[in-house]
Write a protein that binds this ligand. Structure first.
Ligand code: SF4
Ligand code: ZN
Ligand code: ZN
Length: 319
């Protein structure tokens, strides 16, 4: 029997990059310690703040919701949950009830914003329109841009001081590599544990950014937290290739993901001067903040022959 390197109990996990074994209890403690360290070191949540957590129902966002809610108890900060229902049949309709159930268990207010109610169509329908019109854009482009925008708008309407997402170490290193491959300096510069954007955007925080995906999954499992584990049917392309590449790198050279993160942190301060500053305007169509005449969401909708009205996402009755 393999034993925990810290307490001698039966090990459940081999943390290869650190050369140690962990039992269930030490594993849970370690994840919670890393979460707290990130929150405290980067001042992700301050006393009295209201934090909106983007919860899809997947393991990362649900674990993030649990960790933040527990952290905020007794710290005078408050957590609310937001789920964007993009309308992906067989996927989001299954994860949404999991998000709802977790919010209920934790006693957290939960708001659901659907593409259908805001844009008049689901993501599945958008994908069909995009194929007919030959836009050449993949589902993740529509999904990513629009979900981010709705999360920001909803968090702002809920007067949230921060918007938390469940990005883990794997997500963050994938994003770093993706921006390298795409030579996108300004997006690269925006990565980090906290991003304080310009007016109209709610600051975004990633408290799980230094925890590997496997450890977040194991944490949820060991804590008996209900999560949705399926993979989105649209997941493909460069994101998947970069993920596979990083996983094989990590398998052959443990600690590679942490090294990529650390190296990025060394480089980041030098990127500021090379990143263009932009002035915040209001989108002519929907009124959301943007650097151009139309926000990216409205630009994408226009390409599909659709439009988003100027309306609030959160109404009094919405929780
Ligand atoms: Fe959206 Fe793409 Fe993620 Fe699916 S894989 S949820 S389409 S961004
Ligand atoms: Zn132990
Ligand atoms: Zn717009």
């Amino acid at each position: 029997m393999l034993r925990c390197s810290f307490c001698g109990r039966r090990a459940v996990y081999h943390r290869r990059y650190a050369g140690v074994f962990l039992c269930d209890r030490c594993m849970i403690k370690s994840v919670e310690r890393r979460f707290r360290r990130a929150v405290n070191n980067y001042r992700l949540v301050l006393p009295g703040e209201r934090v909106a957590v983007a919860v899809s129902g997947g393991k990362d966002s649900v674990a993030c919701l649990h960790l933040l809610t527990n952290y905020c108890r007794g710290k005078r900060c408050e957590v609310v949950a937001i789920t964007v229902d993009e309308g992906i049949r067989g996927y989001r309709d299954e994860s949404l009830p999991v998000a709802r159930e977790n919010a209920e268990v934790l006693g957290v207010e939960h708001y659901v914003i659907s593409f259908k109610s805001v844009f008049g169509v689901t993501l599945d329908e958008m994908v069909k329109i995009a194929a007919k019109r030959g836009t050449g854009l993949n589902p993740c482009t529509y999904c990513g841009v629009m979900r981010r925008s709705l999360l920001n708008q909803a968090a702002r309407e809920l007067s949230a001081d921060k918007l938390a997402t469940g990005h883990n170490l794997d997500d963050e290193t994938q994003a770093i590599m993706l921006n390298y491959v795409r030579a996108d300096l300004s997006r690269l510069y925006r990565l980090g544990p906290i991003y304080i954007p310009l007016e109209g955007f709610v600051p975004r925080i990633k408290p799980l950014r230094e925890i590997p995906e496997k450890e977040v999954a194991l944490y949820a499992l060991l804590k008996g937290i209900k999560v949705h584990l399926a993979v989105c049917p649209y997941a493909s392309g460069i994101h998947t290739e970069i993920r596979d590449f990083l996983n094989s790198l990590e398998a052959n050279h443990p600690n590679s993901k942490f090294m990529i993160l650390r190296m990025f942190e060394e480089i980041k301060p030098h990127l500021k001067s090379a990143t263009p500053e932009f002035e915040v305007k209001r989108c002519e169509r929907c009124g959301e903040p943007t650097s151009t005449r139309l926000c990216k969401t409205c630009e994408l909708l226009q390409g599909l022959g659709l439009a988003k009205g100027r309306k609030n996402l959160i109404s009094e009755r919405d929780s």
